[in-house]
Ligand binder design. Structure first.
Ligand SMILES: Cc1ncc(COP(=O)(O)O)c(C=O)c1O
Length: 511
């Protein structure tokens, strides 16, 4: 374990000069003004325990005073327990401020961190932000799953990152192209054309920090506040949040085995401005939008002059049938905006995604993007990712993980069939990184999820993917990171949890 001295030294270097203003006309001596400034900053939490403070020489120079008042202030702060000197390593904020000091002095300070919370009253924020604190947020709070990292070629990835990080070229240190690093956009356009039958050229690829940013930029570019927009119900909570952030009015279109029920959408809001859908793999019901519904959806968009935003977040992982073509690829009117990500095929913290923008909308998408971020995500990761794709590692990695996920998915489905038949009903396609299993009617999925998590089983509640009234409860069961041998015993545990959560019915007998 690191000693406290080592910990102190890992903090910010002491060359940061704090913003102290001295009043030379004041009756309070300079050393006292300096010590009071530090005391207040420590008690208010602006300076953290273990954080280094500047040397007395550097601080005196920055404040244009002699070293004497600074030395006196530091001596006082050390004597009172606020500062701790380290031989040869400077001075740090004490790792433990005596409680008595904290209690006596903290009361005098305004504590912005707790404002508005003690009385229970929430301070006013925009109606939009307030409306976003709901089930979508609760879903995010459940924690997100990671991709399988055991089969990720970390050595190769590190080598590629190092290749570019070792000697950073001056050319890439400026703002660069806000659409993204050109070779990366070329690699993505090739990949999408070959693998997803997306019709595009590199000029249409806008690099983002992931599908989530792609959804938000699309919403802000295509929609005005209060515009009607179709979303799938249940659907991806991140899409709900992006659309709420854009101030859109959500039209909750139900989903069945064939995906979004276009006819219902037309009945509910024929003139909606856009539809946000995940046609390849509906989230969370795991269905594929059927060919008939694809034609119906494109037909409606054409008649209504509406946009379709296609969220194609995990199509690399289909375990049966032929790979599906994207909706964008069969759209002849340029109404589909295609949003993709490398989160599932690579790993979440990479934060690389892309939007395929219809050619005539590129400058509109760019204006909106510039409103939040004037340059694409870190160019170093784009460079490493370009090499990862060009040198064949990406396709090899997808092939390998597809086999791993398929094996885990099938093991989980088999364990459910063998051990929890009648309690968990698996729905959706043979694809992706989690199974959706419906619970018996009347079982509260949030309660099951809570208990499952206590037992160390990762699960998320289907009910949290609804904006409106949830239907039958269900569990999203992650297998991407599961160990094959742990699957059957975990299903056993889940079975007993579900049984315990089952409502006691009159006349119900255990069989
Ligand atoms: C349906 C769906 N869309 C979009 C995303 C967002 O992914 P990203 O990490 O690229 O923002 C996810 C992530 O889980 C998802 O499941």
């Amino acid at each position: 374990m690191a000693s406290s001295q080592e910990v102190a030294l890992t903090r910010l270097p002491a060359s940061f000069i704090p913003p102290i203003t001295l009043d030379t006309a004041s009756e309070t001596p300079l050393y006292r003004q300096i010590s009071m400034w530090f005391q207040r900053a420590i008690l208010a939490g602006q300076l953290q325990p273990g954080q280094r403070v500047p040397s007395t020489r550097a601080l005196a120079k920055a404040l244009s005073v002699s070293r004497i008042p600074v030395l006196s202030a530091y001596e006082l702060l050390i004597a009172e327990g606020y500062f701790q000197p380290f031989a040869g390593a400077g001075t740090c904020v004490s790792r433990s401020i005596p409680d008595a000091i904290c209690r006596a002095e903290r009361d005098d300070l305004p504590n912005t961190a707790s404002l508005g919370t003690e009385s229970g009253a929430r301070r006013a924020v925009s109606r939009r932000a307030a409306g976003m604190v709901g089930s979508a947020q609760a879903w995010l709070d459940q924690g997100r799953s990671c991709t399988d990292l055991d089969h990720f070629p970390i050595g190769i990835w590190s080598k590629l990152v190092n290749r570019h990080a070792r000697k950073v070229s001056r050319d890439i240190m400026g703002y660069g192209d806000p659409m993204g690093y050109a070779p990366f956009r070329e690699a993505i356009a090739e990949y999408l054309g070959a693998f997803r039958a997306v019709t595009c050229d590199p000029s249409q690829i806008m690099v983002t920090t992931g599908a989530q940013q792609g959804l938000l930029i699309s919403a802000l570019t295509l929609l005005d506040p209060k515009d009607d927009v179709w979303i799938e119900e249940p659907g991806y909570p991140g899409t709900q949040l992006a659309l709420q952030a854009a101030g859109a009015r959500l039209v909750l279109v139900p989903v069945d085995q064939e995906g979004l029920i276009v006819e219902r959408g037309i009945e509910m809001a024929k003139r909606a401005r856009a539809a946000f859908v995940a046609p390849s793999h509906q989230f969370p019901l795991r269905t594929t939008l059927s060919a008939t519904r694809r034609i119906e959806l494109l037909g409606w968009a054409s008649r209504a002059g509406a946009w379709i935003v296609e969220d194609d977040y995990d199509s690399e992982f289909r375990f049966c049938g032929n790979p599906l073509a994207s909706l964008q690829g069969i759209d002849v009117e340029g109404r589909v905006v295609y949003v993709g990500t490398l989160t599932k095929a690579m790993f979440p913290s990479l934060r690389l995604g892309y939007i395929v923008v219809p050619k005539d909308l590129v400058s509109d998408f760019l204006s909106v993007r510039n409103g939040s971020d004037t340059y694409a995500t870190s160019v170093l990761s784009q460079m490493a990712m370009t090499d990862f794709m060009r040198e064949g590692h990406f396709s090899r990695h997808i092939k390998r993980t597809r086999a791993v996920y398929m094996e885990r998915r099938r093991a989980l489905a088999a364990a459910i069939a063998a051990r929890a038949d009648g309690l968990l009903e698996v729905v959706g396609d043979d694809a992706g990184m989690f199974i959706l299993a419906l619970l018996p009617p009347g079982v509260n999925d949030a309660e099951v999820v809570g208990k499952a998590r206590q037992a160390g089983i990762r699960a998320a509640a289907l009910s949290q993917c609804y904006v409106g009234r949830p239907g039958r409860g269900g569990l999203q069961l992650d297998y991407a990171n599961s160990n094959l041998k742990d699957i059957p015993p975990k299903v056993e545990v889940l079975k007993s949890i579900i049984e315990a959560c089952r409502p006691k019915q009159r006349g119900y007998r255990e069989v």
